[in-house]
Write a protein that binds this ligand. Sequence first.
Ligand SMILES: [Zn+2]
Length: 65
Amino acid sequence: MRCPFCAEDVRDDAAVCRYCGNYLTVPESLLAENLELKKRLAALQQELTELHGKRASRRAARRKL
Ligand SMILES: [Zn+2]
């Protein structure tokens, strides 16, 4: 069968794709949820990085005063 994630051919009885490591036996609804959560995680990590950047620059500005 073909992996829905990376489109590589994997064995029909494979539980995990040997190419991309995604689970092939998980229901599609859970896969969609997992994908959504991964996106949210990436967004939160981005937000956290920005907040850290802001805090650092604010601290630097305060030091000048
Ligand atoms: Zn794959």
